[in-house]
Design a protein around this ligand. Structure first.
Ligand code: ZN
Length: 201
């Protein structure tokens, strides 16, 4: 694991953002660990530092050349996307789902054909949100250069259709609900982000 990766994960540990227990992930799979980025990013100084490091990682890999826009899917990408845009000195927009559930630019945000954008998320698991944002931007003529996240929970396998980087790449242990050793031990499963109230598996 790289020094940068260790430094980021140390911040997660320090702020209580690296949770251990029994979690039901958005995918429906169960896991003994969960990274709650919002707990790190609640500290603006840490958010700024992580945003700067992610912007530098993109620059070093040649993935931020002549970029003039950062776009993130709300909610997870809001804070880190804003900080990466600050570090790159470009503007920041975010996408939300419309009434039909499709990713959309709202709030009067306008993009011009030929603009060069980077998509930033807090955590990439399957890359689905980043892919949706990329398709939306490309449909409006924006050139999507690359994508970045604080954490890559896919062991590097998520394909978003453009080059991608992350500050820390993890191989998170997951179990199908019907073959979960934590369930077998009778440990209540919780959905991260909600209060620690047991939910049905
Ligand atoms: Zn379980």
């Amino acid at each position: 694991m790289s020094t940068q990766s260790e430094a980021v994960l140390a911040l997660f540990e320090e702020t209580g953002a690296y949770l251990r227990g029994h979690f039901r992930l958005t995918s429906g799979l169960h896991s003994p660990e969960y990274l709650q980025c919002a707990k790190v990013l609640q500290y603006p100084g840490y958010a700024q530092q992580i945003g700067f490091d992610l912007a530098e990682a993109l620059r070093r890999q040649g993935l931020a050349e002549a970029v003039n826009l950062v776009v993130s899917p709300a909610m997870g990408g809001l804070i880190i996307g804003h900080e990466v845009a600050r570090a790159l000195g470009v503007r920041f927009q975010f996408t939300e789902r419309d009434a039909a559930g499709r990713m959309a630019l709202r709030r009067g945000f306008v993009v011009e054909p030929g603009e060069r954008a980077i998509i930033i998320e807090d955590v990439v698991t399957t890359g689905g949100s980043t892919r949706e944002v990329r398709e939306l931007l490309e449909s409006q003529g924006v050139v999507v250069l690359s994508a970045g996240s604080i954490i890559d929970r896919s062991s590097g396998t998520a394909d978003v259709g453009v080059p991608r980087t992350a500050l820390a790449t993890l191989n998170v242990v997951t179990y199908p609900p019907d073959d979960c050793p934590l369930c077998a031990q009778g440990i209540p499963v919780v959905k991260p982000g909600s209060r620690a109230v047991p939910v049905q598996p």
